[in-house]
Design a protein around this ligand. Structure first.
Ligand SMILES: Nc1nc2c(ncn2[C@@H]2O[C@H](COP(=O)(O)OP(=O)(O)OP(=O)(O)O)[C@@H](O)[C@H]2O)c(=O)[nH]1
Ligand SMILES: [Mg+2]
Ligand SMILES: [Zn+2]
Length: 357
């Protein structure tokens, strides 16, 4: 039998799983999803699984069904290499965005992630404002962010770019690397300890799948040159996939994201814009709009140049998006779920701090 720890199992999951274990169920982790069919990592190896009809029936939205990264409650039929999924073990973290389209619906991009790698190319893809947006959701997710600046081989002012990123991502580790030249891979690995899980997120073509292939030393995942003429930016990767690394630990590949609309973010924005949050505390009015109010610390910082105007504009834009979102998300059940989630994320952050992560 394989050990579930290999796939990221920990005390956190074992605690909520205990009643199921008592009733004779097993646990598995979703590695890949094809519509209603899942590939799981289990003690019996990889099993192909489906959820019960009851689970489908009870699901109020997509987030009530398993997604890649989830731990699920199963009964295994190991002779057939199959399993049935009965429930989802409560998630430790989740990176969410608003689902594409007009519906106000949460899309969970990755579940149970310890470290989110926000991948950007050091070519034309480099964009500080987009990174700020990713950082809000990364902080909101309960995972720790790391910024990956890939394609360093195409950039002749790497140090300048790193400084620019440092100025908008206070205290977030930054890795400048070149996947195709095998440079900086060890710095990525340094953030994925055995038994922990990372996820690579970012636009299409920044090299997420290439990074995994070079970590594995073989072409497991399909990669493809970005076509400059195709500004619809068609993705090469079309599904999420959780991969076990030879060095221990797991890393999730994801399809490139075209748009990243905020889902929640009222906590994440405080972490992502800690500089502005600290300034706001010095404003004489607690709900200062940072306009022409006398004594506004933010306006003062803008005037003396300690706060960049583009960064402040970016902050305001994201804050407006969050306000608009929370006005629309007024169903009591959603709010209760959100409160519950906030508590989990806060407790986790505290724990991480105590552990010095
Ligand atoms: N110059 C350079 N090219 C790279 C580097 N890493 C990846 N690429 C190239 O960038 C292109 C896109 O790489 P992928 O790994 O397919 O990108 P992706 O982020 O997985 O894209 P999606 O799957 O569409 O989200 C490929 O042609 C890679 O060879 C790098 O470090 N330097
Ligand atoms: Mg890819
Ligand atoms: Zn102010």
């Amino acid at each position: 039998m394989l050990s579930l720890e290999t796939f990221g199992w920990s005390e956190f999951f074992a605690r909520s799983f205990a009643p199921f274990a008592g009733a004779g169920y097993g646990a598995g982790r979703v590695a890949v999803q094809h519509k209603a069919q899942y590939e799981l990592y289990t003690e019996h190896g990889e099993l192909s699984a489906e959820t019960t009809g009851r689970m489908q029936h009870d699901a109020r939205s997509k987030k009530d069904l398993p997604i890649v990264g989830d731990w699920v409650v199963i009964r295994a039929r190991e002779q057939e290499n199959k399993a049935t999924i009965y429930d989802i073990v409560p998630r430790k973290s989740k990176f969410s965005r608003k689902a594409a389209g007009t519906k106000t619906e949460e899309q969970i991009v990755a579940a149970n992630i310890d470290t989110v790698f926000l991948v950007t190319g050091l070519d034309g893809n480099f964009n500080l404002r987009r990174l700020e947006r990713y950082l809000v959701l990364a902080w909101e997710s309960g995972a720790d962010p790391v910024i990956v600046l890939n394609k360093a081989d195409l950039c002749d002012d790497i140090e300048q770019k790193v400084r620019e990123v440092q100025s908008i991502a206070l205290g977030v580790p930054i890795v400048a690397m070149s996947a195709i030249r095998d440079r900086g891979l060890d710095q990525v690995l340094a953030h994925i300890k055995a038994g922990t899980t990372g996820a690579l997120l970012g636009s299409s073509g920044v090299g997420k799948s290439t990074i995994i292939n070079h970590l594995l030393g073989r072409e497991l995942l399909k990669t493809q040159e970005v076509r400059e003429t195709d500004d619809r930016g068609r993705q090469t990767t079309t599904r999420r996939e959780l991969i076990v690394l030879p060095s221990g630990g797991l890393l999730m590949d994801t399809p490139g994201m075209r748009e990243l609309q905020l889902w929640g973010g009222d906590e994440g924005i405080k972490d992502a814009f800690q500089d502005i949050a600290e300034l706001a505390e010095q404003c004489p009015f607690r709900n200062c709009q940072h306009g022409p109010e006398p004594g506004c610390a933010v306006q003062q910082a803008l005037q003396d140049g300690t706060l960049d105007a583009a960064r402040f504009a970016s902050y305001q834009k994201l804050q407006r998006e969050i306000d608009y979102f929370s006005r629309r998300q007024d169903k009591p059940a959603d709010l209760i779920e959100k409160e519950r989630w906030k508590k989990i994320a806060a407790a986790r952050k505290k724990l991480n701090k105590a552990r010095g992560r």
